[in-house]
Design a protein around this ligand. Structure first.
Ligand SMILES: [Zn+2]
Length: 566
């Protein structure tokens, strides 16, 4: 193909991890399509730079840029596992594919949470079963377990899901940078849960993986219609896909499988164990897995002639897998699109459901297949709900905002202009003006609308802050301080919102978490205090309180006593 018409590179990757075998008993691999770009050795493209530096061994390797034809297309299994140049290709391809998935769902280029365009991918960072995103190092660091006692080495960089999970942390940090700051328990859970959701759904968009989950086919490649039930599909997905997710880091404990098998207890939100971010994040994963199965089953049943008892019939396995992969891809886009409609601070899990629903209305107003009902139902089963009038509650204003004195072009790109809009309309939008307020982002996005035409909108976020002593908060709010917080403790409170302007520059959504919702502020302080999240000056909730850069190193350390890692 002439260079000027290239749009992508096809690169072979290990589809789950080297322990997962296909029908031929070889390592299950897939070809992923990543956006084309000029490549340099590393490999190094415009957004990712593979740095194969091993701090434990003090070794640095420079791998050649992938040539036009994938040199690993026919490589034997043992080469895939041993050749560090393939490891470099694996992390480059999977990270690129993940970023491309986010960019295509959100309709724009995405920035990292740090200054700079290159995210470093370090495939053999250290000799430890851990992997994490380091904001400080602008890197995704993947560890490995050296060979020992007759067992070969284990490389976290060869696990597709681990690479997707870590890349998602980096992308999410770029989209909502304040979510790494001390927040409500749901906020850390979102980072972990969403990274797992993207990992699970991404793995599931590869038909070879789904075929394995469906079990063996007969000689003509067909499976029994008896397998097309929610229960059978669930079991196949759990044993074929979910239980491998994160296995390399949880050392066989199968974190996802356990949580997805058992619906969470009704009172999970108040149980101490569920305050831990990974555990809490599992709620999200188990709900999304249920939604995926519901959608997939719906699509499979539709393949049989109407009125036929499908349990007596058979189904082409490749076709059934394709439907699963499509369902996963669709759900993944739905979930990602919601991210733009999240508040910039004070995240709670119902915010995600609300955001995903709102974003989906834009894409598919009619919802012929009733996917939104499935979401509402499944989230509702674990107590994550939205108000019944969610579809019309996105802009509850006393009187319509004014645009007098504002510049339409500037409103789409300039933070000061958006601040001017806020200033002018604060009372109409119910924004408290007594707090320090700043507009943090103004991002234009383009999406394909339901009629196939391009829809432009602008998403802006603002944040409000208040520094005070815990005792003063007690006085203002009229509520009691949580146990164990001294009234003299300095605390920092946050509020803020997301403004969505339509293609005509008119405000259509205002998603907000008000600073003055004191019960929420006290809940946040109670959580931060209870989980020991004070900064070096013993203050609570300050934005620069934690060592932000290394936030995930600790969270993902397998040595943690919580039993959940990565
Ligand atoms: Zn994580």
């Amino acid at each position: 193909m002439p260079e000027n018409t290239r749009t992508h590179l096809d690169l072979r990757v290990i589809a789950q991890d080297p322990s997962v075998k296909g029908d031929d008993d070889g390592i299950l691999t897939a070809v992923v399509r990543v956006p084309w770009s000029r490549m340099e050795d590393g490999p190094r493209g415009p957004r990712f730079h593979v740095v194969d530096y091993d701090a434990s061994a003090g070794r640095f390797l420079l791998h050649p840029a992938p040539p036009d034809r994938d040199v690993f297309a026919q490589a034997p299994d043992d080469q895939l596992v041993k050749d560090f140049a393939f490891h470099a290709q694996q992390v480059y391809a999977v990270a690129s594919k993940t970023l491309a998935t986010f960019e295509s769902a959100l309709g724009r280029r995405l920035s990292w949470g740090f200054a700079g365009q290159h995210l470093h991918l370090v495939p053999h960072a250290f000799a430890e079963a851990n992997a994490y995103y380091s904001w400080e190092d602008r890197s995704l660091l993947f560890g490995y377990v050296p060979a020992a006692g007759g067992r070969g080495p284990v490389y976290t960089c060869l696990s597709y899901d681990v690479v997707v999970h870590e890349t998602t942390h980096a992308v999410l940090d770029g989209l909502r940078r304040r979510y790494l700051e001390p927040g409500l328990p749901d906020q850390a859970a979102l980072h972990e849960g969403f990274a797992d959701v993207v990992a699970l759904l991404s793995v599931f968009t590869m038909p070879p993986v789904v075929e394995q989950a469906l079990g063996p086919a007969d000689k003509s490649g067909r499976i029994s219609g008896r397998n097309v039930t929610l229960d059978k599909l669930r079991r196949g997905v759990l044993t074929g896909v979910a239980e491998q997710i994160g296995q390399v880091l949880t050392q066989g404990r199968g974190a996802l499988r356990r949580s997805a098998l058992h619906p969470p207890p009704k009172d999970w939100a108040t149980r101490a164990a569920y305050a831990e971010p990974h555990k809490r994040g599992e709620i999200l994963v188990s709900v999304v897995l249920d939604v995926l199965l519901d959608i997939w089953l719906k699509r499979l049943v539709a393949l049989f002639p109407p009125g036929e008892d499908h349990t007596r019939s058979t189904l082409d396995r490749a076709r059934a897998a394709e439907e699963g992969a499509k369902a996963a891809g669709h759900l993944l886009s739905m979930m990602i699109r919601g991210l733009d409609y999240l508040p910039p601070v004070e995240f709670e899990l119902p915010d995600l459901l609300y955001a995903v629903l709102l974003a989906d209305v834009e894409m598919a107003p009619d919802d012929d297949l009733k996917y939104r009902d499935i979401l509402i139902d499944r989230f509702g089963q674990v107590g994550i709900t939205v108000p019944a009038d969610w579809a019309t509650s996105g802009l509850d204003v006393e009187s319509p905002p004014t645009y007098l004195g504002m510049n339409f072009a500037a409103l789409r790109s300039n933070r000061d202009e958006v601040f001017r809009f806020l200033w002018e309309n604060a009372h109409r939008l119910g924004i408290e003006t007594e707090y320090y307020t700043t507009v943090e982002t103004v991002l234009p996005s383009q999406r394909i609308g339901p009629d196939g035409l391009i829809v432009s909108e602008t998403v802006a976020t603002y944040v409000q802050m208040l520094d005070l002593k815990a005792g003063e908060l007690e006085r203002i709010s009229g509520l009691n301080l949580p146990e164990g917080i001294d009234p003299a403790t300095p605390v920092q409170l946050f509020g803020g919102g997301t403004l969505v302007f339509d293609q005509f520059g008119h405000l259509k959504l205002h998603i907000h978490k008000d600073l003055g919702e004191w019960w929420r502020q006290l809940r946040r302080l109670d959580y931060l205090n209870g989980s020991g999240k004070r900064d070096s000056q013993q203050r609570l909730g300050f934005s620069d309180g934690a060592a932000r850069g290394q936030a995930f190193a600790e969270l993902h350390n397998t040595e943690l006593t919580t039993g959940e890692a990565w």
